[in-house]
Design a protein around this ligand. Structure first.
Ligand code: MV4
Length: 491
């Protein structure tokens, strides 16, 4: 089954390649876009055709809606896959595609728009019987109203922007004295970041887990879930480690949460792949938001279910019914994803773009690497710093962790600083191994201390590597790098 003749991929890097891989397997031709600095990127080589979309700045290239639609027409593409980020949750782009007779591989522009409002979606899901955090009904209309609500739900509370994302404008308020200022500030930030000053207030959970459900829904509205992921380990709202399934999930909790997740999708009139995000604390869960896109971490759901989510997206967008039922979807084993970013963990995670001087990616049982980089590749400074997704699958969680540790030992990336040593530290942290994670995990003392040691070790590893390379000993260099990690593992 082919579904479409040609798909334009409106993205770059690993996710563009991921989508093209599905197209290639299905016999669908691919059209790549590239900005000036991406001229020689792997996603451009991978595609059947490629078009320059514009200058480096995203507004001039990967966010240029009209230009992208022009290229789709010019290349006779039938459909556009937006990947994640850029235009993936831009309802105006989805609408433009709909109007121009191009299939947008994702939900309808109306659904994207409706889920873009935190207040609107929260209200909608509350009336559908999905648990939400107590707080203001809709936006804050006056400080008096907010004070009453905060007193009722109890401090701490959190101020959030309705149009928000990525924690922008979010503020934690400890007592009534701080409320007025937080509301003022929240509204100012929301207005300048989103052009919409609407904010709301709700009960703040101090150490929640972030648990999400992968959803698939066809055009007829048949909706199934592909189980849960835990994405608690993050910094500055950028996820770093995700796993599937959630390590603390029980059959009873999964029953309740998956039912809520399917209700959310159906209430939203959802079609295609999406994710329903919840916060979880003390046995209770609360709907937070629905992501109307393919997510970075879809890979680990693919590893535990065996379902190719991108192929499903393409089939659904072509109007196909879901080919399987909820009962056909089973979890097998456990999967973990580590996001490898070109960042310097010793310098507050400042991004570290530049040229990859040496590169060797891991392999062997249970390992999947999705990346858009290679030796000699020059990571541009203009885009996201994520350069690779290292995923490990095992029969159970401990085997997945063991394989991830082993794959980290094998991974050689030289020329730029990366988050690899941070992942090394996390995979060897006793709290992580025990499954004891929450959204403030990386801020805790024990991991910070541990992290510093591993990062210093990484410097030694890199120095050893560089010395061997200077002597022309490529293999010895890689072996030496592996040995440094092996010696220190589990300490
Ligand atoms: C919260 C919360 C605690 N209580 N809401 C962060 C991103 C934004 N989408 C919502 N976020 C949070 N909302 C209440 N009522 C804690 C967070 C939060 C968080 C959530 C998920 C993953 C990582 C996080 C890191 C810090 C704060």
């Amino acid at each position: 089954m082919k579904y479409f003749d040609k798909i334009l991929i409106a993205n770059r890097g690993e996710i563009a390649i991921r989508v093209m891989r599905a197209c290639r397997e299905l016999g669908i031709e691919t059209v790549a876009l590239y900005s000036d600095p991406d001229k020689n990127a792997l996603h451009v080589k991978y595609a059947d055709e490629a078009f320059l979309v514009g200058e480096a700045h995203p507004k001039k290239s990967y966010l240029n809606r009209e230009r992208i639609v022009d290229i789709a027409h010019k290349s006779s593409a039938d459909a556009i896959h937006p990947g994640y980020g850029f235009l993936a949750e831009n309802s105006l782009f989805a609408k433009l595609c709909e109007d121009e007779g191009l299939v947008f591989i994702g939900p309808s522009s109306k659904t994207i728009e409706a889920m873009g409002s935190k207040i609107g979606s929260k209200r909608m899901m509350k009336s559908a019987g999905v648990p939400v955090l107590p707080g203001t009904e809709g936006g804050v209309s006056s400080v008096e109203d907010a004070k009453d609500v905060a007193a009722e739900v109890g401090y701490p509370v959190i101020v959030k922007a309705s149009a928000g994302g990525g924690g922008i404008g979010m503020q934690i308020v400890e007592d009534e004295a701080g409320l007025l200022e937080a509301i003022d500030k929240g509204m100012r930030i929301a207005e300048s970041a989103f052009g919409d000053a609407t904010i709301f207030v709700e009960k703040y959970l101090t150490k929640p887990r972030h648990i999400e459900f992968q959803i698939l829904a066809d055009a007829k509205g048949r909706t199934i879930h592909l189980y849960d992921r835990e994405c608690s380990i993050q910094r500055r709202h950028q996820k770093l480690v995700e796993e599937a399934p959630c390590p603390i999930m029980t059959p009873e909790l999964r029953e309740r949460m998956s039912e809520s997740a399917v209700t959310v999708a159906q209430t939203a009139g959802y079609s295609n792949a999406g994710t329903v995000e919840f916060l979880y604390a003390d046995g209770e869960y609360y709907f937070m938001e629905m992501n109307t896109r393919l997510q970075v971490e879809h890979t680990i759901t693919e590893l535990i279910t065996g379902i190719d989510i991108v192929k499903q997206q393409i089939a659904i967008a072509a109007g196909e019914d879901l080919a399987f039922e909820q009962d056909d979807v089973r979890i097998r084993g456990h999967a973990i994803e580590c996001r490898i970013n070109a960042e310097d963990p010793l310098n507050d995670f400042a991004s570290d773009p530049g040229k990859i001087l040496r590169y060797r990616s891991p392999g062997g049982p249970g390992i999947r690497v999705d990346s858009g980089i290679h030796m000699g590749y020059n990571i541009p400074a203009h885009y996201d710093s994520m350069i690779s997704k290292l995923c490990a699958w095992g029969m159970d969680r401990i085997e997945a962790i063991q394989r991830m540790r082993r794959a980290i030992y094998e991974y050689v990336i030289m020329g730029v600083k990366t988050t690899l040593p941070l992942h090394h530290a996390i995979m060897n942290n006793s709290h992580f191994v025990a499954g004891d994670t929450h959204t403030h995990f990386l801020k805790e003392e024990h991991i910070a201390r541990n992290l510093r040691r591993y990062l210093l070790e990484e410097e030694t590893r890199m120095a050893t590597l560089a010395e061997s390379l200077r002597q022309g000993k490529e293999i010895a260099a890689i072996a030496a790098a592996v040995n440094v990690y092996m010696k220190n593992a589990g300490k």
